[in-house]
Design a protein around this ligand. Structure first.
Ligand code: DC
Length: 228
């Protein structure tokens, strides 16, 4: 029996892939894997259990045993994320957790520890998988792989507006520095670096709206007859 269909959306932070992945999943009524959230939850759990971010053995064990749940909040069609039954949906989104997630994600044993958990999200009728290595490592047989990118300045600007909207005080310069540091670490790590799969469609969203990106991907879905 063939496995349920999966569409992978990889790219750097701020490229809009999280938003596009969420919209696609709800449009197609498919499952959603936000793999970055898994790395973020792991970083938060390490902090909670006082595990150092370079203790690879302890982090691998934590990755395999991680008590995390993704729960659909049907009221506003969004996902709530629970770590050990505590809602961490908002607390995993800050810049410190993001930086720590990028650190733990560079450890090979951590990636192996989370691999099966990510592949288990592949359920009928289909899956939208959002991350850095969805097309290159986790779902190499995906029939549609998208690599969504955007210039670093534009990604910093989007993040700035998002955080300002939430009432957080940040500067554009510091966000740009953080984005560049994270890109550097995610792109140059030895395991599962951020890069497009050979068979990925590369979309540069710098001057595109979310709707344009979504339309472009949906046209690829139609060409490949991926949705029932
Ligand atoms: O997409 P995000 O910003 O929530 O991801 C947080 C960090 O997790 C990111 O800096 C790199 C890492 N990550 C990864 O290495 N592989 C993935 N598939 C997803 C995220």
């Amino acid at each position: 029996m063939s496995l349920p269909v999966v569409i992978t959306i990889d790219g750097p932070s701020g490229s809009g892939k999280g938003t596009v992945a969420g919209l696609l999943a709800s449009h197609l009524q498919w499952h959603l894997l936000d793999s970055g959230a898994l790395y973020r939850v792991l970083a938060l759990a390490a902090d909670k259990h006082a595990i150092a971010l370079d203790d690879e053995d302890a982090l691998e064990h934590l990755a395999v045993c991680l008590d995390v749940q993704f729960v659909l909040d049907s009221e506003n069609n969004s996902q709530r994320i629970l770590l050990e039954s505590v809602d961490v949906t908002d607390s995993i989104r800050n810049e410190t957790v993001g930086a720590h997630a990028s650190q733990v994600a560079a450890l090979p044993a951590v990636r192996t520890g989370l691999l099966r958990r990510q592949q288990n999200f592949r359920q009928a009728p289909g899956l939208i998988a959002d991350g850095r290595d969805m097309g290159t490592v986790v779902f190499t047989d995906a029939p549609l792989k998208v690599f969504l990118t955007a210039g670093a300045e534009e990604r910093a600007r989007r993040r700035y507006l998002q955080l300002k909207d939430k009432g957080e005080t940040v500067t554009l310069t510091s966000l740009l520095e953080e984005i560049r540091a994270r890109d550097e670490r995610d792109t140059n790590r030895s395991i599962a670096p951020l890069k497009p799969a050979d068979d990925a469609i590369i979309l540069d969203s710098t001057t595109m709206t979310i709707e344009q990106v979504l339309d472009r991907i949906l046209s690829e879905v139609a060409v490949r007859s991926l949705a029932g």
